[in-house]
Design a protein around this ligand. Structure first.
Ligand SMILES: CC(C)(COP(=O)(O)OP(=O)(O)OC[C@H]1O[C@@H](n2cnc3c(N)ncnc32)[C@H](O)[C@@H]1OP(=O)(O)O)[C@@H](O)C(=O)NCCC(=O)NCCS
Length: 292
């Protein structure tokens, strides 16, 4: 895939009902320029399908986008691009979020991906309610501010500690510099990062919270509430907050914000599950990039 293909792929996603960060592929091509494949019709050059399987670290791959234009589905195009991605990723551990239980079972049967039994991604969705009476307004000793260039190294280090040592500087920097994204970082009295939150506009009129990482649920709640206050009101109507089903404190925050559990789906690995610091992960970054 070339950067010039990004617009075409952006058009393809809504046809497949996917609510994905608008500039996901631009950011991803920076992280791994060789991991995104498109299928083109030979005669016309028209892009008819796409699969993204990037190396997010030397030992971890992530499959985060797999779609074929509706009118070309059911003709075997998907499996060909998929195989290309699997060959590219080779023998490293690969993670993915299956869109449905059924697709997850196919990835299991045909490719040996293992579905986590106790850990699933839950979609908390709806219109957010920012009610001062129920949300944390401030915490003694904690300052909340936007992620500046000076603060970025501290955020990256904090993030890496949560995400199994993976360096995600390009990802964080790429997302926060993209249009229609909002972010905040929480800093304690020793000037240490103790949480951060990004919210981004996705396709299909959805606004997504992710990542929301924090040392505890109070900081997480403060960050997400303040960050949601930054976004235009029309963007607060259809919010998607990806949490783990096992993080009850995170689900409680989402419920306080008026969001409801609408869907859950599997996380899968080809070799070995990698959790990261689960107690600090309140929402995962995105289903396109990383399993954290
Ligand atoms: C999923 C999708 C990319 C498959 O592409 P496609 O070209 O339509 O694939 P085909 O239906 O021709 O594939 C042939 C068979 O292989 C299966 N298959 C397709 N991709 C597969 C994969 N990566 N692994 C295992 N099985 C796969 C199909 O389900 C089908 O099986 P069936 O004959 O038992 O129904 C396409 O249907 C699509 O874009 N769906 C909407 C987006 C989506 O749901 N993406 C998946 C996210 S998990």
């Amino acid at each position: 895939m070339r950067v010039s293909d990004c617009d075409v792929i952006r058009d393809l996603w809504p046809q497949c009902k996917a609510s994905i960060f608008k500039r996901a592929n631009e950011v991803m091509l920076n992280i791994d320029p060789n991991g995104i494949f498109v299928a083109e019709e030979v005669d016309t050059g028209k892009i008819i399908g796409y699969c993204c399987g990037v190396k997010v670290s030397p030992k971890l791959g992530f499959i985060g986008g797999y779609a074929v234009r509706p009118e070309y589905q059911g003709q075997g195009v998907g499996p060909v691009i998929w195989k290309k991605v699997m060959d590219y990723l080779g023998d490293i551990n690969i993670a993915l979020f299956a869109r449905t239980q059924e697709m997850g079972e196919k990835y299991g049967e045909k490719w040996g991906f293992q579905m986590m039994k106790h850990k699933r991604l839950v979609h908390m969705t709806g219109k957010v309610v920012l009610n001062d009476d129920i949300c944390v307004k401030s915490i003694d000793g904690i300052t909340v501010c936007p992620i500046t260039t000076e603060l970025l190294p501290g955020v990256t280090e904090y993030d890496s500690d949560i995400c199994d040592g993976i360096d995600r500087r390009l990802f964080i920097d790429g997302v926060i510099k993209s249009p229609e994204t909002w972010n905040l970082v929480a800093i304690n009295e020793r000037r240490e990062v103790c949480g951060y939150c990004i919210i981004y506009r996705a396709l299909c009129h959805v606004t997504v919270v992710g990542p929301l990482y924090a040392d505890n649920e109070h900081i997480a709640e403060l960050l997400v509430t303040r960050c949601l206050q930054l976004i235009p009101e029309d963007r607060q109507q259809n919010v998607l907050y990806y949490s783990w089903n096992i993080n009850l404190k995170s689900i409680e925050i989402a419920e306080k914000l008026g969001l409801k559990l609408t869907y859950n789906r599997p996380i899968m690995y080809s070799k070995q599950a990698i959790d990261g610091k689960l107690d600090k992960i309140f929402t995962v970054s995105s289903t396109m990039y990383y399993p954290f």
